[in-house]
Write a protein that binds this ligand. Structure first.
Ligand SMILES: [Zn+2]
Length: 147
């Protein structure tokens, strides 16, 4: 399930010491499923695998709009480190977490609200979430975070 992927990403990033957001990973409920559902966003790949979060055609298209390109040949932590170092935006970790969170929400909208997903909807939601999160930032840092 994607919630596992988002939760695992939060735990991974927070344990790597790269997370500044006030995310309490201990409050995230982990779901575990032995079934392997096909991703509803791209109709391929196993939705439960962390690798599919980076391989998913829809997720890749969304990440491309914010110029994040994951090197899937690398192990997960190295993949994140490489993407962060290759990217010039400040607050890369926060942006990556918001990106994953908005993918989860677009997926849920597709399943539960029957809203057709699109990268443009995802990008709009991503920008809105960045603006919401930036309220917690100091004034001089806010403009560098908002897309
Ligand atoms: Zn997919």
């Amino acid at each position: 399930m994607v919630i596992c992927l988002v939760a695992n990403a939060c735990v991974l990033l927070s344990s790597a010491g790269h997370m500044n957001m006030n995310t309490k990973s201990s409050t995230i409920i982990f779901f575990w499923s032995t079934s392997h559902a096909v991703c509803v966003m791209c109709d391929s790949g196993e939705e439960e695998t962390i690798d599919h979060l980076f391989d998913c055609a829809f997720a890749k298209e969304c990440c491309a709009t914010i110029h994040i390109d994951w090197d899937v040949s690398l192990p997960l932590l190295d993949r994140f480190t490489q993407a962060r170092s290759a990217h010039t935006i400040p607050f890369f970790t926060e942006a990556a977490l918001i990106a994953a969170w908005e993918l989860w929400k677009v997926r849920n909208d597709m399943i539960f609200q029957r809203r057709a997903p699109s990268p443009s909807i995802w990008l709009s939601n991503f920008k809105q979430q960045c603006n919401l999160q930036s309220v917690r930032f100091k004034d001089n840092l806010r403009s560098s975070f908002c897309v």
